[in-house]
Design a protein. Sequence first.
Length: 536
Amino acid sequence: MPAARLEVTDALGSRVVPIGKPLFGIGRRETNDLRLAGSEVSRDHADIITEGDKVLIRDKSSRYGTYVNGEQVTERALTHGDRVRLGRTGGAEMIYMVEGAGTVAEKSATTAIGDLRQVTALLEGLRALGSGRVVDDVLSLVLDSAVEVSGAERGFIMLAAASGELEFKMARGRGHQTLPGGSFATSRKIPEEVYRLGEPRIVMDLLDGDLANVHMGTVALGIRNVLCVPLKLVRYVDTAEAANEERRIGVLYLDSREKGMLMSGSTRTALETFATEAAVAIENARLYRETMEKARMEQEMRIAAEIQQSLLPKIGRAGAYFAAAAASLPCRSIGGDFYDYVDLPDGTLGFALGDVAGKGPPAALLSAMMQGMFAAQAASSDTPAKTISRVNLALYRRGIESRFVTLMYGSLGADGRLTYCNAGHNPPLIISPSGEVRRLECGGPIVGLFEAATFDQETVTVSPGDWLVLFSDGVSEAMSVTDDEYGESRIVDVVRANGNLPPQQLLQALFADVRQFTRGAAQSDDITAMVLRYDG
């Protein structure tokens, strides 16, 4: 048999390699007879097998395939002048030559120039995608590069929404021109089919078959030829045994009046490669946008938390006959608990602690409003019961659906007389130095639920050294990892054990005990408490 050779062009350059043995191995591995460089060349890519007068090329389950004269093959007999390509676009190209069989006709200058322009446009597009950060900018780059590579007249991108339906995102024409989305309103059938099946679709002529009826608007514009490819996001795995993860995120659609390069196999191959990189760039841009939006929201939440904390009084408060401390630890960045002190006209101290139903921003907004309403009503009302009645009416008339508040309000005089009204809140505890406990339960229903709600009040007398402890259910109902509640009894134990400390230190001891009890469990509610010692 006449001697055969390969004219090779790959990343290492061009060279002529003789086929000098019956089994001729090709690939990236050093032990192959022909070692090639290329991003799409497998380590053991293909074999050339000589059997008598027949020469075969056999693909060895390569990742990106073996192509003969543009057609992917697993095994094919070679003839003089066959063009062999390893990989779709980024591998190596070879021409099989048999000595004495004549010359191989070169590709026409026009075709070569067209291929070169395609490669140049493809490389420029891929390079530009790497710098894209804004989704619309990336979509523009993808479409402009795709139109340039394919020679199409126009194109659009549709991306999958959270519901799985395709949403029109952007359309572009030649000359980097943005087109209105309405001009593609009749062209959903092909994109939806390509997205569903995950396979490219080429339509040689929209006038064939039933397509003209489906795409009447497109046909009316003179459009005949369509190429649509899926945008696949591929995540590669570390081991060869595991399957690569693939997720479709949308489609790239192109059409034109004339076939041109839109129908060529090389255009389709180039666009499939480009579409894979475009999918990664689009997804990265979307993730970047989500990250920036998340960072902005976190910054806004930090500012909101600072504002909310600034609306609350300072932790410590002291007077001639009392000392107090209060603090709130929101479950999220901002919470729905609040507390306040009021200096009443008769010289007594007013104090309150409330808990708005819910968590997060809605509860925080209502909490801030409640704090303002309470301060206004407390300054103009005679008794705790009247104050809470007016707050209840003001909240009810605002008609805020599914929002209500538990509220405890009391006033303490220098003579030890404590008058209070408890509107559905956890009963505060009076704990004496001897350890006796009294619960303050007189009052009425939660605030904001009933327009005609009535509220009662009670007056009790406290003695020097007595502690008054107010708390939200985030304290008493704090859950351990074993789903046990913290409970009132533990609050009493902490006060009894630390009753000789100043209020701020006692409050810190209470919060520390709650944290220790709930260690390992997520905080499920706002934690707020106030401790007040009557000194007489």
